[in-house]
Design a protein around this ligand. Sequence first.
Ligand code: ADP
Ligand code: MG
Length: 290
Amino acid sequence: ATPMAVMVGTGLGATHGILFKNAGALEDATKLDVIVFDKTGTLTMGQPRVVEVVAAAGRTEDEVLWTAAAVERGSDHPLALAIVERAEGFDVPETRAFLNLEGKGARAEIEGETVFLGNRRLMDEEKIELGALAEEAERLKGAGRTVVHVARGGRILGLVAIADAPRPSAKAAVTKLRERGVEVAMLTGDNEGTAKRIASELGIEIVLADVLPGQKADKVKELQAQGKRVGMVGDGVNDAPALTQADVGFAIGAGTDVAMESADVVLMRSDPYDIVGAIELSRATLRKMH
Ligand code: ADP
Ligand code: MG
């Protein structure tokens, strides 16, 4: 490897906000078979907002919203921030015994009753019957919404539907990668219905959904066990082990410090299309070296 070509390549990347941390990454980026994108904050803006609230029979939408907000005040999850923001101006009650349930949701107590909130898996684990809201939840997931289920005292109270817009260049990045012969996958802790809908909008065929934070790296390992060289793109703390496991880890610049430390390449502009730029740059650099 000629150090001169690598210097020119990394320097050129840097002027475009693509920071290769080492020469190895520049070389490895030429050989990737599949790029795995984290969904929330990577393919999407990571700025979710509440778009619909559904109340169970005999409940009100306001009650669903302030109950959810009461619990989410204890959380710094992006979905929690969206719910708290939407409940601004409501008289939100005090909670006790807040507990974050990683990859699933959260719980807390209000007036001696336990409130559980989060995904379908959490409701199933807590044996909470959704009744007529099961169909509503499916409808919302089919529209690409992330559904937060809210239950109090063992009964479903309602649903909060949250939308997170795709980053503007996400679809073009996917199209270009596939043209270049690179497979594209989505990896997310979100449910399969929501993930598949967003994936199909972006042209992504491989969807790995319902993945708990601790399992993201294992999914990368499974792809590698199939003989594939894997690039992983992520923004969150929960992506860090997968970024390390991947043959090349790419971090979104607007993401967390932990993700950026774990990555081999940092995309300063937080633009998914810069993945294409990174791969093209690495291929051009390597051609000059041989
Ligand atoms: P992602 O991989 O999309 O960043 P996480 O692993 O953080 O997701 O969470 C996975 C899923 O668990 C979320 O899509 C959501 O359904 C649920 N969840 C986690 N934390 C919360 C929370 N504080 N409030 C509501 N739902 C949550
Ligand atoms: Mg994320």
